[in-house]
Ligand binder design. Structure first.
Ligand SMILES: [Fe+2]
Length: 271
């Protein structure tokens, strides 16, 4: 039995060195949940979990959703592998998952199965830290603001050509409004941004675009970001409620496949 933790950067990311038996036992589950919230991202290099082990590990951390095959969902740009592949191009933009769910996912556990020869690395940004370090006058300016989150936002900017058919599809999705600052049950606050954050309610569009661009650029600064260079067998867990993520572009025909288990959300977004 072994278990050791190492911080990957000062503000985000902790590597867990542990054997499978220890992780699957759940003995460190409470500590891992705490680390997940505090550090945003946990990496388990070359741990080599099977699908069943990945499901079991996820159950020690939370409640897996029933997506995919008994909770395990395959992520690929190949529509034969992933039914929603046509929307996955948008994942090259910073985003959080579940902007259109009543309660966004708590987190994701992702394993690298087939990697792309180029691109395909994943970046994470700690939005608790990004909020905490904002200048006080910016915090005051954005307190109470609400943002409209749209499918159009998640896709615009991710495609080389946009057809009328694509626009009509994206426009058909419901618009959700969330506070720009999420005050969690713990009392901690995080910036709730990402590509879905399309405009600020009640603000002139030009001013809204400028403020959102400024805040998105703020959260993407290197000190808030951990970049994971994948090796086959790596597993990552991240806190979707306090982290933005994006994947570096990779070829459609790269064959890249990741296996994912999503943990059900436990906390509604609140101002
Ligand atoms: Fe995502």
């Amino acid at each position: 039995m072994s278990f050791a933790t190492t911080e990957l950067t000062p503000l985000i990311g902790t590597r867990i060195d542990a054997d499978k038996t220890t992780l699957l036992s759940g003995n460190h589950a409470a500590e891992l949940r705490e680390l997940l919230e505090q550090r945003g991202v946990l990496t388990f290099p070359k741990i080599g979990m099977t699908d069943e082990e990945q499901r079991t590990f996820a159950q020690t951390l939370g409640t897996p959703t029933d997506q995919g095959e008994r909770g395990l969902h395959k992520i690929s740009l190949d529509a034969n592998v992933t039914a929603t592949a046509k929307y996955l191009k948008g994942t090259v933009l910073w985003h959080f998952d579940g902007w259109n769910d009543p309660i966004p996912a708590l987190g994701t556990i992702l394993t690298g199965r087939v990697l792309s020869q180029t691109g395909g690395q994943t970046e994470f940004s700690n939005t608790y830290a990004a909020y905490d370090e904002l200048p006080e006058k910016t915090k005051a300016r954005i307190t109470g603001l609400k943002v409209a989150h749209t499918m159009m936002g998640t896709q615009r900017g991710a495609h080389e050509t946009v057809t009328q058919e694509m626009e009509a599809d994206w426009a058909g999705f419901h618009i959700y409004r969330h506070p720009i600052v999420w005050t969690h049950r713990s009392g901690r606050r995080s910036l709730l941004l990402g590509s879905s954050a399309d405009w600020i309610d009640g603000m002139d569009r030009t001013e809204s675009d400028a403020l959102l661009a400024e805040l998105k650029a703020w959260a993407a600064q290197p000190r808030f970001v951990y970049r994971h260079e994948w090796q086959v067998g790596d597993m990552i867990a991240w806190d979707n409620t306090g982290v933005l993520h994006r994947v570096e572009p990779y070829p459609m025909d790269s064959g890249r496949v990741m296996h994912r288990v999503t943990l059900e959300g436990e906390e509604a977004i609140a101002a």
